[in-house]
Design a protein around this ligand. Structure first.
Ligand code: GH3
Ligand code: MG
Ligand code: MG
Length: 432
């Protein structure tokens, strides 16, 4: 298999340097270049390299201005400065904006490669950039942030907050998978931050690692009692921090895999009854709060017993799987939900949908099933077609209406559809 070449952006106003670096690196990396700071920022609008090699002295926007702008735009792409000399000011700016390293001009191929390889190497496979794990680093000490960035930037998407207040607002926008949190910050403390995050349904499960110079036992006990996943003392050994973060991320990923398994029906891949019950409950209460409509369908395969009796249960299973594949495109909104209700029955929740819309979706599903030949995963000679009957219900829930009676009405409508000849939809009456 071909190696994955991580993307690098070279920014230098000297075309000869760009061409020299490109020649040295193109064997290992996917190179793009910009000959000015302005051009670099434009490219970075819709290009996310794994690393930027950034010249400092350029006409127009210089390297300092480029990195300042990037960080102001919340971009934490790792940067290495290309420079003829690294004076005190350069070092200060580098520390402030978390620059990984310096490559001092003039350089030769091996020093360039050695420096870059410390942070970035070609890999066997492309990393899954879409679902890269994101970390939020919270510390008011820029040196700590800079050290953390060096060890973590190659593996995770990083965001930074310099105060507790900033952290709380960043959590809302970034939705980090893990937070590394200092305790003593300028305003509210890390303890205040964790307390607030733990009482919010959306943030209570984000693991938090305290990284603090408070080494006394009381603090550590308090941190862990508040629900922190781990507690690390400053000064810290960078590699230990990286490994502890890695362990936490490993645990989160396992937990997510288990959660996903526990929510889906193994045969069809649709959501299972347990998840359905939770979501219906949630959507019902949400609809009460917003005085919004909720649409509900219950569908049952017609004469499914006949399919099993004629072709066997395994083919019956294939039909169930194909049914889910056929129905899935019929429900398009993000909040819509299809679940296996049990056996050969399925249910659909359509939050925020009026009766007309609910009926349209029901009819669309009925047609899609009717037209599905079930040739997928089936190699027999017969064309197997099935149909469904669908009970439709819709209401604007209030505290006076019970969810159970709402479901019962849909079930009655389904029974009517069967009575009236199957392969049809029937709408529930409020009188039932
Ligand atoms: P109706 O039109 O009245 O709904 O008739 P029907 O034959 O579909 O209904 P009935 O309730 O008599 O039979 C349901 C059938 O669904 C019988 C049962 O074996 C089958 N079934 C339920 N779950 C599964 C499953 O997971 N796999 C297979 N292959 N069959 C299933
Ligand atoms: Mg049934
Ligand atoms: Mg049936």
């Amino acid at each position: 298999m071909a190696e994955y070449k991580p993307p690098i952006l070279i920014v230098d106003d000297d075309k000869l340097i760009i061409s020299a670096i490109t020649t040295m690196l193109e064997q290992y990396f996917d190179i793009k270049s910009a000959t000015s700071g302005e051009q670099a920022l434009k490219i970075l609008n819709n290009y996310k390299p794994s690393l930027i090699l950034l010249d400092i002295t350029m006409s127009g926007l210089n390297g300092f201005q480029v990195i300042r702008q990037l960080r102001e735009n919340k971009s934490e792409i790792p940067v290495i400065f290309l420079t003829a000399h690294s004076d005190t000011h350069t070092k200060e700016v580098a520390a402030k904006f978390g620059v990984l390293d310096f490559i001092i001009k003039p350089f030769d191929e091996s020093s360039l490669l050695n420096c870059i390889f410390k942070y970035l190497k070609p890999t066997k496979e492309a990393p899954k950039m879409d679902n890269r794990t994101s970390l939020l680093l919270v510390d008011d000490d820029i040196m700590i942030i800079s050290t953390l960035k060096k060890i973590l930037a190659p593996f995770y998407d990083l965001s930074v907050a310099n105060s507790g207040e900033e952290a709380l607002s960043a959590v809302k926008t970034v939705r980090p998978d893990l937070i590394i949190l200092d305790i003593t910050l300028g305003g509210i403390t890390g303890f205040d931050v964790i307390k607030q995050l733990k009482v919010d349904y959306d943030t209570k499960d984000i693991p938090i690692i305290f990284l603090t110079s408070h080494t006394n036992r009381g603090y550590e006990e308090q941190g862990l009692a508040l629900g922190a996943a781990d507690y690390i003392h400053k000064p810290f050994v960078p590699e230990i921090v990286r490994l502890r973060v890695k362990n936490q991320i490993h645990m989160i990923n396992q937990l997510r895999a288990i959660q996903e398994l526990s929510l889906t029906d193994t045969l069809t891949g649709a959501f299972n009854r347990r998840y359905f019950d939770d979501r219906l409950d949630l959507e019902w209460r949400r609809a009460i709060r917003h005085e919004a409509h909720i649409g509900f369908l219950i569908l049952d395969i017609d004469d499914f017993k006949h399919v099993n009796d004629t072709y066997g249960h395994l083919v019956g299973d294939v039909v169930l799987k194909n049914l889910v594949t056929a129905i899935t495109p019929c429900i398009s909104r993000a909040a819509d939900l299809l679940a296996r209700w049990g056996g050969e029955e399925f249910a659909v929740i359509l939050p925020g949908t009026h009766l007309t819309g609910t009926t349209v979706v029901a009819e669309r599903i009925r047609k899609a099933v009717e037209g599905c030949k079930n040739s997928q995963n089936y190699s027999g000679n017969d064309d197997i077609y099935v149909t469904v009957s669908i009970g439709v219900n819709n209401t604007v829930p209030t505290t006076q209406i019970s969810m159970e009676s709402f479901i019962y009405q849909a079930d009655r409508a389904l029974y009517m559809a069967k009575q009236q000849g199957k392969n049809r939809i029937a709408i529930a009456s409020k009188e039932w």
